[in-house]
Design a protein around this ligand. Structure first.
Ligand code: IMP
Length: 188
């Protein structure tokens, strides 16, 4: 077939969290969140695009009624955070008086989450908590700790299960670490 666009070469990857580990954490988080919100109705704010796959699995593991809405924020270019958070797509629903749970794929510097938390509190959320699949604490620039965390990890740039490198590799079912170019081994 004729090539219609030039794609960047695939980076070297190493499996960090296989699908089974991710699904075990999703099930545990589902139980914890359901217990914490027993008798309440949650408004789940999914942070696009990365949290899409995680949210789809997590919401089906919850045993409380939920409404779901989406927000899109941006601060990254390639593997670096620019530090400036932009609201690229706003919510459609009103958060005032609601129990809100933000679902994130990964927290790194914390700047994205801090921006979003301020916004939701300004808009009158009755309660606000954050669930992240991955908490990457090493580069934290604001003091923020998600109430619900799947996996804590030290460092590295991760792809798969929604996480991307310049919009690629979100569809991988496990989470991989992108290896520096001169690292031996890894999956090509
Ligand atoms: P923060 O504002 O630095 O906490 O970054 C949060 C956002 O950056 C996440 O929602 C991701 O979109 C992106 N991000 C941070 N670390 C990674 C990573 O290792 N892989 C893919 N995306 C990441």
């Amino acid at each position: 077939m004729e090539q219609t666009h030039q794609s960047a070469p695939m980076p070297r990857l190493r499996v960090l969290y296989p699908e089974e580990r991710i699904q075990a954490e999703v099930a545990r988080l589902g139980r914890e969140i359901s217990a914490a919100y027993l008798g309440k109705e949650l408004l789940v704010v999914v942070v696009l695009k990365g949290a899409l796959f995680f949210a789809a699995d997590l919401l089906r593991a919850l045993r409380v009624p939920v409404e779901m809405d989406f927000v899109k924020l941006s601060s990254y270019q390639g593997t670096q955070s620019t530090g400036n958070v932009l609201l690229k797509k706003d919510l459609e629903c009103d958060v005032a008086g609601r129990d809100v749970l933000v679902v994130e794929d990964i927290v790194d510097t914390g700047l994205t989450l801090s921006f979003l938390k301020d916004l939701l509190l300004q808009r009158g959320a009755k309660s606000l908590a954050v669930c992240t699949l991955v908490d990457k604490r090493q580069h934290r620039r604001v003091d923020i700790t998600p109430e619900f965390t799947g996996i804590s990890c030290a460092d590295g740039f991760l792809v798969g299960y929604g996480l991307d490198l310049d919009e690629r590799m979100r569809e991988l079912t496990a989470i991989y670490e992108v290896l520096p170019e001169n690292t031996p081994g890894g999956v090509e």
